[in-house]
Ligand binder design. Structure first.
Ligand code: URA
Length: 230
């Protein structure tokens, strides 16, 4: 059970102060009767807001096809973000909807979003070794021996004290490859290629664990069952 006003604010409907006004205006009912006490303890299933059940009262788990040009940070100073693609109410929720790991502004593809921080920690921890698959295009022919180097677990990136975990590189053409990582360091793929003299010009994530982006269009998202990763 949660306080009614807290439920409304946490689900992104309104502020605590506005909740009082919503109750006065008769917009909220509890088990069919107009609610009058903002502090009343309620179950989400018992309330209606403007006649509708509350919007996703439990949690959110989404798979988004991130387009390039948007950042995963909530900080507006870093530019337009992926959360702008979600319904406005979901952007006001608490806990906030956040990405599970990040993709760079110039990277597209499969991005998971949730408001469940334990899930974020579980799926981003290198301990869990969730494989993530990216397609990449570089600015020159891939140097020989790159797959063996990436697989070796010895590649050191400038400024880091631990070698990159072994990564699988499947060469698709002279300048294109698919790369599988089980960790997620800052700009990792761009830096791995840069360390060998190649600039990544396109980067797109196609898979996250068993999840595939499939034909979800850029900018679109779909919900996943909350127990998908249970
Ligand atoms: N590696 C990168 O360099 N960028 C990403 O967005 C993801 C992995």
């Amino acid at each position: 059970m949660r306080r009614l006003d807290q439920l409304l604010t946490n689900l992104g409907y309104c502020s605590r102060r506005e909740a009082r006004a919503w109750l006065k205006a008769g917009r909220v009912t509890v088990r069919g009767a107009p609610a009058t006490d903002p502090g009343q303890k309620v179950l989400p299933a018992d309330i209606r807001i403007d006649g509708e059940p509350p919007d996703h009262p439990d949690n959110l788990l989404l798979m988004l096809h991130k387009p390039t040009g948007l950042v995963c940070s909530h900080d507006e100073r870093e530019g337009p973000n992926v959360y702008s693609l979600l319904p406005p109410r979901w952007r006001q929720r608490y806990p906030a909807v956040t990405s599970i790991g990040r993709l760079d502004k110039d990277t597209s593809g499969l991005l998971l979003l949730t408001d469940q921080s334990p899930l974020v920690h579980r799926l981003t921890s290198p301990k869990h070794k969730v494989p993530k698959i990216y397609r990449t295009l570089v600015d020159r022919n891939l140097p020989p021996g790159l797959a063996a180097l990436f697989a070796s677990g010895t590649l050191m990136l400038p400024g880091e004290k631990d070698a990159c975990a072994p990564a699988t590189l499947d060469v698709l053409s002279e300048r294109e490859a698919e790369i599988t990582l089980t960790e997620g360091r800052y700009h990792q793929i761009r830096r791995m290629f840069a360390s060998q003299g190649c600039e990544v010009v396109e980067l797109h994530r196609t898979r996250f664990g068993a999840l595939e982006l499939g034909n979800l269009a850029a900018g679109q998202w779909r919900e996943l069952p909350l127990d998908y990763f249970a």
